[in-house]
Ligand binder design. Structure first.
Ligand code: AP5
Length: 220
């Protein structure tokens, strides 16, 4: 039996921030399709090059590209006992494909972060990412102690090109049209819980932990 945690939420909702904490707390492999595309792009691989034009425009990468990349990643030994999905699935076709990969005794828990559009834009527009580790900071909400330097590892902080305001607005619109319907999809399967994502990161994390415990997930 494997346990699959899915973090669902709009761009800037805090999926990555919470995923890092959850992966550490439960020793689960963190699988972020956005991070995988950025990694592939940095390596100049075909997945990365195919994804770039869509990411730059704030559009979704075509399902067939995402599904091949995801299958390759979750087929690795560190995902055998389960994994934490961040940014996947994002379409009904992706959700159905994921469902077809799972065994009947696998446990799926979907954690949906609810955040207002105003907050999403503020969070994405101030986001700073570390080039060397998974740390995510913010110009206002988690400012670096030394400008441009990661608080966790001393690496270089950078801004994502798709965090430009016009691209963020497009990404939010894409989320509303193509990904938000998954809330109902998973709700009908009775595996989804909505969590207030407007609170401080530590409070949200405790909320997510409570849901995981209430759902009876055995993550050790
Ligand atoms: P991806 O990288 O997945 O981006 P996203 O889903 O748009 O989500 P973000 O990474 O923008 O936000 P987040 O929710 O992780 O927020 P974070 O924790 O960083 O995807 C990028 C692109 O790749 C897509 O547009 C698409 O093109 C492509 N792609 C990826 N997956 C795909 C798929 N499955 N199918 C097709 N295409 C795909 O937080 C944001 C900021 O807010 C940070 O600065 C953080 O410090 C701050 N913050 C977080 N929580 C709080 C809080 N509680 N209080 C205050 N500040 C907070």
């Amino acid at each position: 039996m494997a346990c699959i945690l899915i973090l669902l939420g709009a761009p800037g909702a805090g999926k990555g921030t919470q995923a890092v904490r959850l992966a550490e707390a439960y020793r689960l492999t963190h699988v972020s399709t956005g991070d995988l595309f950025r990694l592939h792009l940095g390596q100049g691989s075909s997945f990365g090059l195919k994804a770039k034009e869509y990411m730059d425009a704030g559009a979704l990468v075509p399902d067939e590209v995402v599904l091949d990349m995801l299958a390759e990643r979750v087929g690795q030994p560190d995902c055998e006992k389960g994994y934490l999905l961040d940014g996947f699935p994002r379409t009904l076709a992706q959700a159905e494909s994921l469902g077809s990969r799972l065994s009947p005794d696998d446990q799926v828990v979907v954690l949906a972060l609810d955040v207002s559009e105003e907050t999403l834009i503020r969070r994405a527009s101030g986001r700073l990412l570390c080039r060397s580790c998974e740390n995510i900071q913010h110009l206002d909400f988690k400012p670096p102690a030394r400008g441009g330097i990661c608080d966790s590892c001393g690496g270089e902080l950078y801004r994502r090109p798709d965090d430009a305001p016009e691209v963020v607005r497009e990404r939010i619109a894409v989320y509303r049209n193509q990904t938000a319907p998954l809330v109902e999809f998973y709700d009908q399967l009775d595996v989804l819980t909505r969590v207030d994502g407007e609170r401080a990161p530590g409070e949200i994390f405790e909320g997510l932990r409570s849901v995981i415990a209430e759902r009876g997930v055995d993550l050790g």
